[in-house]
Design a protein around this ligand. Structure first.
Ligand SMILES: [Zn+2]
Length: 321
C-alpha cells in the first residue's frame, strides 16, 4: 500500500513586488554607499591636512617667461609655483598618501575588512530568499530544510569565505588605483609647478572618480553575493533532494537595462548558464537582475502558466516600449 503525500501541489515562486529592484537590494546598497561617502570624506580631510603641511614653496611672480629646451620653447605660466621638496620628501609624502587611502578603504584588513559585513549580510539575505521561495514551491523542501541548517552548512561557509577573498582583492584594487593616480597628480604638479590650490582641486576631482568606481564595486559585490546565494541553494536543493530546480531570471526592465539582460526576463536557466553569462561582457557590473530558484516541470517549464505568461508579456512590453 502506498501513502499519498499530503501536499504534492507545486507552489508559485514569490516574485518581488518592486519590479524595478528584483533583488530588493536598494536599501542595503544605499547603506554601503553612505559608508563609502564617509570614508572618502575622511580621506579628503586627511589628505588636505597632509598636503597643506607638506606642499609648500614659493609662487613665482611676474610675467610669463619662456624657457628653451633644445629646439622647443615652453611657456612657463606667470603664476607657476616652485615647491621646496626633495625626492626623499616626495617619496615620504606619497607613502603617507597610501596610508591614508588604506586606512579608509582597507579598514579591518584582509581578515575583517569593513566591506565584508555588507557582503556577508547579502549572502545571508539571498539564502533566506531562496529558502522562502523553495519552501513555498516544494513541500519536500519545506519538510526537510531549515534556515539554520543552511546557514551553518560547510557549503555556505565556504561560499562566504570565497566572497571574502574576492571582496578584499576588489578593495585593494580600488585603493592601489587611487594611490597610483594621486601619486601621478602630485608628482606632475611638483614637476610642472602647478600651485597647491589647483593641485588640491585636481586631487578632489580624482577622488570623486575613485569614489564612483568604489560604489560601482560595492553594488556589484552586494548584489553578486545575493545572487550567488540563490544559485547555490537552487543547486543544493537539486543535489540534496532531487528537485528539478532552475533559476528564473527577473530583469529590472529599466530604461537603462541592457537589451540582452532584459531578453532573459521570465526565462529559466541552469546555474552554469547564469555563471557563464556573468563571467563575460562586464555583465556583472551595474546589473540589477535577479535569479530566483524555481521548480521546473519535466518539459522544463515553470509550473504556473499564468506567471510565465505575465513575465513574457512584461518582457515584450519592454522591447516594444
Ligand atoms: Zn542585469
Amino acid at each position: 500500500m502506498t501513502t499519498i503525500p499530503a501536499r504534492t501541489r507545486i507552489g508559485t515562486p514569490i516574485i518581488p513586488r518592486n519590479k524595478a529592484d528584483p533583488t530588493q537590494s536598494a536599501r542595503q546598497v544605499g547603506r554601503m554607499y553612505r559608508d563609502i561617502d564617509d570614508r572618502y570624506y575622511r580621506i579628503k580631510l586627511a589628505l588636505k591636512q597632509l598636503l597643506d603641511a607638506r606642499l609648500t614653496g614659493t609662487e613665482r611672480i611676474g610675467n610669463a617667461s619662456h624657457a628653451v629646451y633644445g629646439d622647443v620653447i615652453y611657456q612657463v605660466n606667470a603664476g607657476s609655483y616652485i615647491y621646496d621638496m626633495t625626492a626623499a620628501q616626495l617619496a615620504d609624502l606619497l607613502q603617507r598618501v597610501q596610508l591614508i587611502l588604506d586606512d579608509a578603504l582597507l579598514d579591518g584588513g584582509s581578515q575583517n575588512l569593513w566591506a565584508l559585513e555588507y557582503v556577508a549580510a547579502e549572502y545571508e539575505r539571498g539564502t533566506q530568499q531562496a529558502f522562502t521561495n523553495l519552501s513555498v514551491q516544494s513541500a519536500v523542501y519545506e519538510q526537510q530544510t531549515t534556515l539554520a541548517q543552511l546557514l551553518s552548512s560547510p557549503a555556505y561557509q565556504n561560499q562566504v569565505a570565497a566572497a571574502y577573498v574576492s571582496t578584499y582583492s576588489d578593495w585593494k584594487g580600488i585603493s592601489d588605483a587611487a594611490r597610483a593616480d594621486l601619486a601621478n597628480v602630485i608628482s606632475n604638479s611638483i614637476g610642472r609647478g602647478v600651485n597647491p590650490r589647483e593641485t588640491a582641486r585636481i586631487i578632489s576631482q580624482r577622488l570623486d572618480i575613485s569614489m564612483a568606481r568604489a560604489k560601482n564595486v560595492a553594488q556589484t559585490e552586494q548584489v553578486g553575493a545575493l545572487r550567488k546565494a540563490q544559485w547555490q541553494e537552487a543547486d543544493w536543493a537539486r543535489e540534496r533532494l532531487g528537485l528539478n530546480t532552475a533559476l528564473l531570471w527577473l530583469s529590472a526592465l529599466k530604461p537603462t537595462t541592457r537589451s540582452w539582460h532584459a531578453a532573459r526576463h521570465g526565462r529559466a536557466y541552469t546555474t552554469e548558464e547564469v555563471e557563464a553569462f556573468y563571467a563575460t561582457n562586464g555583465n556583472r557590473y551595474d546589473c540589477y537582475c535577479s535569479q530566483i530558484p524555481v521548480l521546473l516541470s519535466d518539459n522544463r517549464n515553470i509550473f504556473n502558466e499564468g506567471l510565465a505568461n505575465k513575465l513574457k508579456k512584461e518582457r515584450n512590453q519592454w522591447v516594444d516600449r
